[in-house]
Design a protein around this ligand. Sequence first.
Ligand code: NAP
Length: 302
Amino acid sequence: MRAIRIDRFGGPDVLNVREVEEPTGPGPGQVLVRTVATSINPVDDKTREGAIGEGTPPLPMTLGWDLAGVVVDGGSTGRQAGERVVAMSHQLGTGLGTWADLVVVPAGALASAPTAVSLVEAATLPLPGLAALQTLDWLAVSAGERLLVAGAAGAVGGLALQLAVTRNVRVDALVSRERQVGLAEEYGAEFATTDRSALKNRHYDAVFDTFGAFVTDAVADHGRYASIATQAGEVPDLSARGVRTTVNQVREDGAGLEELVRLVDRGLLRLRVDSTFSLHQIRAAHEHFGRGGLDGKVTVAF
Ligand SMILES: NC(=O)c1ccc[n+]([C@@H]2O[C@H](COP(=O)([O-])OP(=O)(O)OC[C@H]3O[C@@H](n4cnc5c(N)ncnc54)[C@H](OP(=O)(O)O)[C@@H]3O)[C@@H](O)[C@H]2O)c1
């Protein structure tokens, strides 16, 4: 089978489509899936570059966290061959990359794929969706509370904004480009801006920071502040103001993914595809991803 591998760190030219051995069927509690599509996340880019450092799986490695595909063998898990599924594989933690024709996934990391969208669109959901869901759950924002999402037009931020709106949270948005203001408003933001100084002293109950904005003057005393921008480092210590802070790390979570899928099928979570590349265009896909200015996720179809 084919897999996208790196055997050294570097730019997009280190990516190769290799013939590798197929997995030997699912083990206990696992499902064998034929990949139909995946998407590129910032972590894939950083892993390829060698920017993760400690904790990176050994070389050579297959990259990829997001997976949308079809069950080949459900083993003893109750999943049937032919079922459309999505999953997130914690590639950094396990070394199990999804950018391969066949992938073995723990059943607990899988969910049925949404029926309202294609598998290419569905491949944009797992990692960003789970990061959004799990971080919102940590922030524990309830109906009527006010949340600021920094990076609200990005993959995680866009889903976090829409998810919070489904919970009747009042959401404001910080975006990077003027033309993203309208998108954030379409997602349900009450107020969207590119100007971080406009957020000062707005006393948000909670802030969801997706890019290391550290807009700490926007959070209310005794509020909550979560960042997912691991590489930007810790959130400044706000304990003197009674603000709880965290840098949240995404976890495999099939049940969470099922919840997200239901919202996609009800039309409450919109997925955005910027572009779709074939497996053999993987270097071009990474170059496109690296140039930025994207309008949605970069996907790869197998
Ligand atoms: N800790 C975890 O478990 C976890 C999980 C998922 C992601 N992450 C990390 O979280 C970050 C976001 O991931 P993502 O997939 O959502 O990436 P993304 O789609 O690139 O979204 C990031 C968003 O932030 C915006 N942004 C960047 N700098 C900005 C600035 N100075 N002012 C306003 N907006 C700004 C970007 O604007 P443009 O649209 O103009 O680029 C983009 O819309 C990445 O660093 C990723 O590695 C961590």
